[in-house]
Design a protein. Sequence first.
Lengths: 431, 275
Amino acid sequence: MPEKFDVIVVGAGPAGTSCALVCAQKGLNVLLIERGEYPGSKNVMGGVLYRKQMEELIPEFWKEAPLERPVIEQRFWMMDKESVVQFGYKGLEWGVEPYNNFTVLRAQFDQWFAKKAVEAGALLINETVVTECIVENGKVIGVRTDRPNGEVYADVVVLADGVNSLLSKQLGFHKEFRPDEVALTVMEVINLPKEKINDRFNLEDNQGCTIEIFGDSTKGNLGTAFLYTNKDSLNIGVGTTLSSMIKSKMKPYDLLDYLKTHPMVKPMLAGGESAEYLAHLIPEGGYRSVPKVAGNGVVVVGDAAQLVNAIHREGSNMAMHSGLLAAETVIEAKHRGDFSESSLNLYRQKLYDSFIIKDLEKYKDATHTFENNPQYFKEYVPMMNKAMSKFFTVDGTPKRDKQKEIMKSVTAERGTFKVIQDIYRAWKAVK
Amino acid sequence: MHIVVCVKQVPDTKIIKINPKTNTLDRRSAPAILNPYDAHAVQEAVSIREKTGGTISVLSMGPPQATAVIKKSIEIGADRGYLITDRAFAGADTLATSYALFKALEKINKEIPVDLIICGKHAIDGDTGQVGPGIARRLDIPPVTNVIEVTEVNLEEKTVLIKRKLSSGYELIQAEMPCLLTVEKEINQIEYSPMPNMIKAARYEPVIWAVSDLENVDRVQLGLKGSPTIVGKMFTPPRPEGGKKIEGSPDEQVNQLMDILLEQKDVLTLQSSKQ
């Protein structure tokens, strides 16, 4: 008779590992199944790990986790072909405990995080693909893996199988995603000596910088690019919605090459050696794309539940928090001895009461608005660049006249009514 | 039937980097894995057990993290594992390693008498292939190296029939058990481990022995002290020279390639002689 666990977690990313960790800490019998060679081997993100949600799981994790640099500076670039308008914030308070966020390399971080779950008592099995949920009388009672004698059973199955979540699709929790609900991001890890990184980004050894790049970084398509500093490497990447890529017939690797050779970016990478190339889908449908997250004997967490805030590039923290909420729910359900949908729906309630769904709800129209109104990235970013160039070029024109000229050129390009409409629309989308 | 498989944790030499200054392996640059030949040794033990029944033990010497290769062996199908780990073992060459494993095997043999010992042909980080035969000599049992097939295990007669790889074919050997085999990769294919094995391995904690747990150990024969091997010189073989990258548009590349081919008279002669 195959063994029965309290909980089976499918996927050892931030969501699954968080859930496995908390359940194991409470003495539950947990099986964590990962398809990669080790946790993190298949996981991709730009590279920013937020402190708060991680700290809730492992207090003072920064003392032992494999982190790259605490981020002390966040820059935002509105980039045109040969210029950039930038703003940002740099603060030394982010460089000391308890820190704000960190750059990480997922292959190392996820492995360490999963080790913590194993130390708490979870059983981790790598290189194993869960092919389907075993459903009996409308209830999920376990999973089937691709291994011989591959069935394992549990009171609850936690689906943390990532953006494509074939398992929640199998259960009918969500349909195939539309191309405007997912972004395709490609990135490279570029090795560069620590001293060069410190010089180029004006940093000390244990200080990091992140740059988010809008505008020409995606050739005006809906999306962003990023450049993050690790200890002795840089993460550079770019992502746009799949629909933009299809519409503009762009290839993701061409876009990354374009970015890497952009005159504003190229000098920062000079002399670097490409170490890794990664690509991943990111669920960016937001609030309206969140599927059913609880059923009989099953809950869905992290990317599988589409919990990503694309506007604030938050995802792993939402994944971790959703894993925590799922774990709390499973522990309570275990006390009640009731793993039905109505019992596990507590997870849904917790999720909707948390910052996760509140934030997704706030930006529920943002992606849609920006997708359907390409002028924000295509026209306003170049306009901003032109305006700044004009304003700061000293050519004897009085500043007041310059301001008038700038306003005139903006309204001439878009029309006064449209400009007002654009401002209102953007404000509504992010208010 | 009690089979003991000796396994080693090695850096994955497919991706390891070599320190250009010291010519030594940069062990941090590659993940530690179960020596591939040893994985085939465990798999062969599993295949034999399917026919004869019995128990498979794995034995390894290494740092505490070598527990990982014992767990990997449990995934493949071993029943139990022993890790001998102690600072006194550090720096051992093949002579000292075979002595330490021999002492551990003596102790295992007292617990359950050993019928067969299987090792990989060699470890991919050292490529010496000396530890297996070294153990056999110390135990005074026959070593059979380069095994490509275990044709028959006869429990009544206490014999094994073995195919041994030669440069020009193979030889068929019958050996008395207990004996020691070292296996080639072609002996079998590693099977995809069943789920129950995976769960067992994830939970498994091997028996861990320090030097003090072994009996009648001559400490002088252990570790660096017991290792007469002297590495005289290490060097990276020169990279083969030659090779040229053809660049340009597809048409230009084809033209360049044709020019190069036409220059090579041998190619043309070969073609004309065929015609």
